[in-house]
Design a protein around this ligand. Sequence first.
Ligand code: AMP
Length: 125
Amino acid sequence: MAVYDTNNIFARILRGEIPCKKVHEDEHVLAFHDIHPQAPTHILIIPKGAYVSFDDFSAKATPEEITAFTRAVGAIARENGLAPNGDGGGYRILTNIGNNGGQEVPHFHVHLFGGRKLGRMIAKD
Ligand code: AMP
């Protein structure tokens, strides 16, 4: 399993060394706007614990951390007006894992996209 790099950019955001546009913070979770948004709403949600990816988080995080993270993702979507609403609303969550997954920052994060129709699934290339 991958070793956690304590100098990755999200670790530095968690330590307050780099600013972020924060949208949510609690005991276990931080969420902030992506610096290069790919949808009208593009929020990154990260656990405060040192987990490399979802692979790492799903294997090692405590039940309390997993519950807090899952609850936070849903709450942040609702708080930002993205919840499904009749024929409108709705959003996508995505997490890239490792090399084939295209993960660039080695601290587990979920992308939350919304605010427009997002198309089907993933790019073909
Ligand atoms: P991934 O490819 O899933 O690892 O996604 C990393 C994401 O982090 C990309 O969408 C970047 O735009 C975003 N990102 C990188 N640096 C920052 C930063 N300092 N603040 C906010 N988002 C960032």
